[in-house]
Design a protein around this ligand. Structure first.
Ligand code: X8Z
Ligand code: ZN
Length: 449
């Protein structure tokens, strides 16, 4: 299909959506990766040291500094948040247990629903009460996310959103639970599709999905061709920008966690929490499409699909499987976006852009201080500036849109590095004297053992 439209292959088609010659986007992402790689290497080094302690070096590592993939707390090693109990820098300092708070909310809803069902409720009635509590909690979480956008001056979501959205997993049919956002008719019938559970990851994912929805609503008045993100990375970055503004101060202001602790230990803990989801993601965000571009242009062949996948994971992420993953396996297929055929470079770009947007909005709100302390919750100036950007949709090159928000028309990891500078300095201290980094060439040998 791509060839029929004049592209050399599907990879070039994917790379052609960036208001620049398609051959430039690969090197552009390389440039950004080089900017953030030192930070990733510090996190990798620290995580490896901790995993060595827990499991022993012979189990935690696969050779040449590569970390055993199955220990990262995530099937794709794309988000290391689940390693928190091992990696928390100062146990208990400024503890932000969002999951516990949401779980508590669910328990409250459950008690209420069970009380309503009555003490003689049979199993079916109890099950109904449980479903009711799950739905109620999921809606409350979504209302909290909506409230952030509304606090910026954006509209409330239309009633049809609340009526037609899939908040929790239906119990009468099989569904894809991977979160998604839908603009059904380009005039206000917007919906999200999730199987919301009361935990931190799902909570921030709702903010992410509403970013898509508010983008849709803002550009819906434009002609159809302009109804899209400035580029696909913009679309992914809208909600993620809001997630950065979910500071401990914001979280306590909405009553989700206790009043924030201002200590240095608490700051480092919170930065680590953010780095475990944001920094760990970077090389993963890059390698998926390195693999697919190779598949599409023929440089990765079918007899090598799994090897090429793990070679790229070793090169970029510094992880490797602890036991052989030969060609009888197809590990790329386990990642939603691969069988779903959704390009992935957008998420890498979003990880960079979200910090550029965040800094732009912090500036607009008049914030002065260390970037990681900024929240623009409730700030109408920031909100207006954001809405103005969203309303432009795809009506002009993204470079112009970026410039209006941030003053620069270039992708730049500078704001991300600035944001993480406290934890980055801390990590360097922790890693002092360690041999950081890894050699990707160890992967095939390791896989063969
Ligand atoms: O797929 C998503 C969103 C839907 S657009 C939930 N994300 C990527 C993933 O889960 O792999 C968000 C972060 C990266
Ligand atoms: Zn998304």
């Amino acid at each position: 299909g791509a060839k029929g439209m004049g592209f050399t292959d599907a990879g070039q088609m994917w790379r052609s959506g960036y208001d620049m010659p398609p051959e430039q986007i690969g090197p552009e992402t390389d440039r950004l990766w080089e900017q953030v790689k030192p930070m990733y290497e510090q996190l990798h080094c620290y995580a490896r040291g901790k995993l060595d302690k827990t499991y022993g070096k012979d189990k935690a590592e696969v050779g040449n500094g590569l970390i055993a993939a199955h220990l990262m707390g995530n099937m794709w090693q794309q988000d290391w948040s689940n390693l928190w109990d091992q990696l928390e820098p100062y146990p208990g300092a400024g503890s932000l247990d969002i999951t516990a708070a949401l779980e508590k909310q669910y328990q409250t809803n459950l008690s209420a629903a069970l009380a309503k069902a009555g003490k003689d409720a049979n199993v079916a009635a109890q099950y109904k009460a449980q479903r009711e509590a799950e739905l109620r909690t999921a809606k409350q979480m979504t209302e909290r996310a909506q409230d952030f956008y509304v606090s910026l001056g954006m509209p409330s979501l239309p009633q049809s959103y609340w009526d037609k959205t899939q908040f929790i997993k239906p119990d009468d049919r099989d569904v894809v639970c991977h979160a998604s956002a839908w603009d059904m008719n380009m005039e206000g019938d917007v919906r999200t599709k999730m199987c919301i559970k009361p935990n931190e990851e799902n909570f921030t994912t709702i903010y992410h999905e509403l970013g898509h929805i508010y983008y849709d609503l803002a550009y819906n008045p434009l002609p159809p061709l302009f109804q899209g993100g400035a580029n696909d990375g913009f679309h992914e970055a809208i909600g993620d920008t809001i997630v950065l503004a979910m500071t401990p101060k914001y979280l306590s202001s909405i009553g989700l966690v206790d009043a924030p602790t201002e200590s240095r230990e608490a700051v480092i803990n919170n930065q680590m929490r953010m780095a475990l989801s944001g920094v760990s993601f970077l090389p993963f965000g890059l390698m998926i499409d390195r693999w697919r571009w190779g598949v599409f242009d023929g440089s990765i062949t079918a007899d090598n699909y799994n090897k090429a996948w793990w070679d790229l994971k070793a090169k970029y992420q510094g992880v490797a499987p602890a036991s052989a993953r030969g060609e009888e396996f197809f590990d790329p297929g386990a990642k939603y976006h691969v069988p779903g055929n959704t390009p992935y470079t957008r998420y890498f770009l979003a990880r960079i852009l979200q910090f550029q947007f965040y800094k732009g909005l912090c500036d607009a709100s008049g914030f002065k201080g260390p970037l990681h302390e900024c929240t623009f919750y409730g700030n109408k100036e920031a909100g207006q500036k954001y809405w103005a950007m969203l309303s432009k949709g795809a009506s002009q090159p993204w470079q112009a849109t970026l410039k209006e928000l941030t003053g620069s028309d270039k992708l730049d990891a500078g704001p991300m590095i600035e944001y993480f500078s406290p934890v980055n300095a801390w990590l360097k201290q922790q890693n002092e004297g360690q041999m950081c980094g890894w050699q990707a060439s160890a992967a095939p040998a390791a896989a063969a053992k």
